[in-house]
Design a protein around this ligand. Structure first.
Ligand code: DLL
Length: 435
């Protein structure tokens, strides 16, 4: 497989350190001058831009939390005047306010460059047909991949998400060679292909897929690869940092190379906030060092992973991150929708079910995530009419769907059926992680 920009992707470590340090100095100076949030935070810590000389000084800087973006909603953390912002995206988050992210023309160019690197890792070039089944819109997936594919001169097929049968017809007729979508959707596509009597290995031209935006396992990778006959690579990113393209796997499938000339990564203990040594598992923290519109400093991703700087046979020198193994908060991603158990709890309360005993059972049925909410009835309800129980189940289902945009199954269970524990209640049983 090729390398899009060897100068940066294979950069000598010392040179990279100098480059990162220079870019960090410039970024810190800019946010100090232009973003009152950072100026205030730095003053509180008793530091000035001049105190940040190299990457080694990074730890002097304050962390940035998702809450900071919410508190300054929508544009309060932007470091440029709005005239220079040419694009807005927003996170898919369903708690509180959405977080809004902005891009200058240069940010969009840099993002396209990063995505061009990612697509090249998967073997894309001018002759490729890049099928984009990530959603287009406020979500960064669709447009992020789109611009990268155009940059390398590939032919973009901008299908966006959904309409599964049509996707498959298009893949067949237009000759898609690189598939980009979430891993769960890739499996769903494979299943639908079977139902349509299409054999991807014979009838389609797919060679590789870049799948991300949600956690997935090695077992899922094998399944996707076997069913579709393609090379399946993991891609990671988050809107606050840029979108897809923060890191991606190479053909060795041994971790995602982080684009270190644009982002400095740290791994911290999510509780003590202490920076952990290389190789430890912890929460990923990113500092954007080339972003103009929204250069976040030490952004707490809540994603748990491990970093290695062992040499990779592909020749890239960038450090690699493992698959994301979880999140340091309790956010769940179910069919691409971000959900907190507390949101479900508040729906239950709204419906008048104040029982503290509920459990979320998440599974992957076939190829799609499923959510079953089991709620214990109060003894009063239990003696009630079946019809009323059914009505309550229906109401919860309806409210979950309308407030969180998530379809689910609701089951009211008999009193005392949900396990009690002396410590924390186990609200979530994520069977996807047990597979
Ligand atoms: O999901 C950006 C993206 C689009 C990445 C397309 C890859 C492909 P957000 O909607 O802001 O952005 O969600 C970011 O999704 O903090 C992770 O928890 C999760 N996530 C993203 N990629 C992966 C991955 C996009 N490869 C949040 N593995 C992140 C596991 C992932 N989790």
């Amino acid at each position: 497989m090729g390398i899009w920009n060897a100068e940066y992707e294979c950069m000598d470590k010392e040179k990279l350190f100098e480059l990162q340090s220079e870019r960090l100095r410039n970024t810190v100076q800019r946010v100090y001058s232009n973003v009152s949030h950072y100026r205030q935070k730095m003053k509180e810590k008793g530091i000035e831009p001049g105190d940040i000389k190299t990457v080694h000084d990074l730890q002097k800087l304050p962390f940035t939390y998702k809450q900071d973006l919410r508190d300054t909603y929508p544009y309060g953390m932007f470091a440029v005047p709005m005239e220079e912002v040419i694009r807005i995206h927003a996170s898919t988050g369903t708690t509180g306010k959405r977080t809004v992210v902005g891009y200058t023309a240069r940010d969009i160019d840099n993002w396209a460059e990063l995505m061009a690197r990612c697509l090249t890792s998967a073997g894309a070039d001018k002759t490729s047909f890049v099928h984009v089944a990530y959603g287009y819109g406020l979500f960064t997936g669709g447009l992020g991949v789109h611009y990268g594919a155009e940059k390398i001169g590939a032919t973009v097929i901008p299908v966006s998400g959904g309409n599964t049968k049509l996707q498959i017809e298009i893949m067949k007729d237009f000759g898609s060679t690189i598939l980009t979508c979430t891993p769960s959707y890739a499996l769903y596509l494979a299943e639908t292909m079977r139902e349509m009597g299409i054999d991807p290995k014979k009838d389609l031209q797919l060679k590789a897929g870049i799948f991300g935006a949600e956690p997935w396992t090695e077992a899922m990778r094998k399944e996707i690869e076997n069913q579709m006959g393609l090379l399946a690579l993991d891609i990671y990113g988050l809107s606050e940092v840029i979108g897809p393209g923060v890191s991606v796997e190479c053909e060795n499938q041994n971790g995602m190379h982080i684009q270190e000339d644009h982002f400095i990564v740290e791994v911290i203990d999510p509780v003590t906030e202490e920076v952990l040594p290389a190789g430890s598992e912890g929460e990923l923290v990113f500092t954007c060092i080339t972003k103009e519109a929204l250069p976040l400093i030490r952004y707490r991703t809540r994603d748990i992973a491990r970093i290695t700087d062992e040499k990779c046979p592909c020749g890239r020198t960038q450090v690699r991150m493992s698959k994301v193994t979880g999140r340091s908060d309790d956010m769940l991603i179910i069919r691409g929708v971000n959900v907190y158990p507390s949101q479900i709890e508040s729906v239950l309360l709204d419906v008048g079910l104040s029982s503290p005993y509920y459990q979320l059972v998440i599974d992957r049925v076939g190829t799609l995530d499923s959510l079953e909410i089991q709620v214990e009835m109060t003894p009063e309800m239990f003696s009630d009419q079946v019809k009323q129980i059914e009505a309550a189940e229906k109401k919860i289902r309806h409210n979950i769907e309308s407030t969180l945009g998530l379809t689910c199954k609701v089951r009211l269970v008999e009193p005392k059926t949900i396990e009690r524990t002396a410590g924390k209640a186990k609200r979530v049983i994520d069977k996807r992680l047990m597979k």
